[in-house]
Design a protein around this ligand. Structure first.
Ligand code: HEC
Length: 186
């Protein structure tokens, strides 16, 4: 029950910018900016597809699940290279702060990359139907933001988390990075 609520909130957070923000890439934009915005949109579509399968809003299909997980993994893995110096600030929504906080930005990118890789490995052997062990049983725990650090939980191994749990942690990383490094649409 609780997990459905959290997922709903995470999806709202995803949907907001998609619906409200006019595309900044419209017009003769910087190709680096346009490419990373397209990459972000692909990640959003992939995350949404997986979330909807877990939510029962879209039919679960192992091949579609795998394709979406592969997209997340590939796009998340490319993140660090997509924000070079000189491509930050308006008209892009990437904050210039990325440059002043590279280690933090890259740590977030590595974190989401690690989670997305773990999800893609799981999706490799996706069963024909959603199974109970793919679902999470409680709120997402990464020793992280929702519950505060639990002793011993900090080094949670993504490979041992249910797929749905990984998805939640991935969505948390989207939100964490956006709240620090992405300019809000006015
Ligand atoms: C490490 C930081 C970081 C992570 C992680 C991240 N994003 Fe982003 N995202 C950004 C930044 C910065 C921008 C603004 C890019 C620009 O306008 O140049 C952005 C922009 C976007 C956009 C708007 C693209 C457009 O057309 O303007 C969407 C949608 C988006 N992200 C979705 C996601 C989703 C979904 C995830 C997680 C699966 C995610 N992002 C993870 C930093 C991140």
């Amino acid at each position: 029950m609780r997990s459905r609520v959290i997922l709903g909130v995470a999806l709202l957070a995803l949907a907001g910018p998609l619906i409200l923000a006019p595309s900044l890439a419209a017009g003769p934009g910087d190709p680096i900016v346009a490419a990373r915005q397209a990459s972000m949109k692909e990640m959003a579509a992939a995350a949404r597809a997986i979330a909807e399968m877990f939510d029962g809003k879209r039919a679960y299909e192992p091949a579609a699940f795998k394709a979406a997980a592969d997209t997340l993994s590939a796009r998340a893995g490319a993140l660090t290279g997509e924000f070079p110096q000189g491509s930050l600030g308006a008209p892009s929504a990437a904050r210039p702060e990325i440059d002043q906080a590279r280690p933090e930005f890259e740590a977030l990118a590595r974190h989401i990359g690690r989670l997305a890789d773990a999800l893609a490995i799981k999706a490799e052997n996706a069963p024909p139907g959603l199974t109970a062990d793919m679902r999470m049983t409680g709120p997402p725990m990464d020793g992280g933001s929702l519950l505060g650090k639990r002793p011993g939980a900090a080094e949670a191994d993504p490979a041992r988390m249910p797929a749905e749990h990984l998805l939640h942690l991935i969505l948390q990383d989207c939100t964490s990075c956006h709240s620090k490094f992405r300019r809000r649409a006015e």
